[in-house]
Design a protein around this ligand. Structure first.
Ligand code: GUN
Length: 295
């Protein structure tokens, strides 16, 4: 069996078309233009490319976007002042501080400083708390994108054994939490594996759905999975460069081998990545509507 490839690019395209219409309607009927600011500290090439993709997508959807780049030696105080400036800016409805931040800046202080109503990343503790309680809030973009990929591909999650690999605040913890909730793409039985897990392969072999978010290229191999497994690969690992200097990417899953056993699998690139950006746009539109009081 060779798996059906879940194209994040295609699913993202469909959602972006819906958003484009929503943004145009907001402008026409309510004179509201959703606004997003991205704040990048330093010159990490991967972060630069993510941030520029976010701004490009915003622009394509008619969302106002501002891209702020601060030097790597920016003080925490200056970064907090920048966040505060955009908390007060009436044209900005979503604030995204690209992670990771340089080591001298306390990430928690910065994330806590973002107005929860503009926290389109869903990383502020108010939104994290609401998410865990199953209340309406900004869902973190990558987990939200995974839920959409699963539900739009018709993957049954209710009662499924789901193994999440990786316990980050950005992906592992929230996706594990969301998929155990009584919700669309939820009602699953969750196992959350991490660096101290004793026998990762044993857990993976039992899984109906594997979500790999570890940052280790091709860590999930064919001998670790059962026939018919659904595989969502969140990894974006730079494993080299082409002759013309472009990054060669690999996921956390050995795609070529695992796709022969899986029923569904996401590729890298073109899987989860485009969905993360799209859900950021969705959250920004949601923020603009909430702030402007549009139903
Ligand atoms: N770095 C890697 N993923 C993300 C994300 O979803 N949001 C932010 N702000 N930074 C990230």
């Amino acid at each position: 069996m060779s798996a059906t490839i879940i194209s994040g690019t295609e699913v993202a395209k469909a959602i972006r078309e819906e958003l484009k219409t929503e943004v145009a309607d907001l402008k026409e009927k309510h004179a509201v233009v959703p606004g997003l600011v991205t704040i990048l500290v330093g010159e990490d090439p991967a972060s630069q490319s993510y941030v520029s993709a976010k701004n490009k997508t915003a622009h394509a959807l008619g969302i106002h976007s501002e891209q702020i780049t601060l030097p790597a030696d920016t003080s925490e105080q200056d970064l907090l002042a920048t966040v505060e400036k955009y908390n007060k800016d009436k044209n900005i409805h979503g604030i995204l501080v690209q992670l990771p931040l340089p080591k001298h800046i306390n990430e928690t202080n910065v994330l806590y400083a973002i107005d929860p109503d503009k926290d389109v990343d869903g990383f502020h503790p108010v939104n994290v708390g609401k998410m865990v309680l199953g209340e309406e809030c900004f869902l973190p973009c990558t987990p939200h994108g995974i839920l959409e990929l699963l539900s739009r591909s018709g993957v049954e999650t209710s009662g499924a054994e789901v193994v999440v690999i990786g316990r980050s605040n950005i992906v592992g913890k929230p996706i594990a939490n969301l998929m155990l909730q009584k919700r669309k793409a939820g009602n699953a039985t969750i196992t959350l594996c991490h660096t101290r897990t004793k026998d990762m392969a044993a857990h993976c072999k039992r899984a109906d759905i594997i979500i790999a978010a570890v940052g280790v290229p091709k860590m999930v191999t064919a001998d670790m999975v059962k026939d018919g497994v659904v595989v969502i690969d969140v990894g974006v690992n730079r494993i080299g460069k082409t002759a013309d200097g472009k990054a060669i990417l690999a996921g956390d899953v050995d795609f070529d081998a695992v796709k022969e056993k899986a029923s569904y699998i996401t590729p890298v690139p073109g899987g989860v990545g485009p969905m993360t950006i799209t859900m950021l746009m969705k959250n920004t539109v949601q923020a603009a509507k909430q702030i402007a009081g549009v139903k």
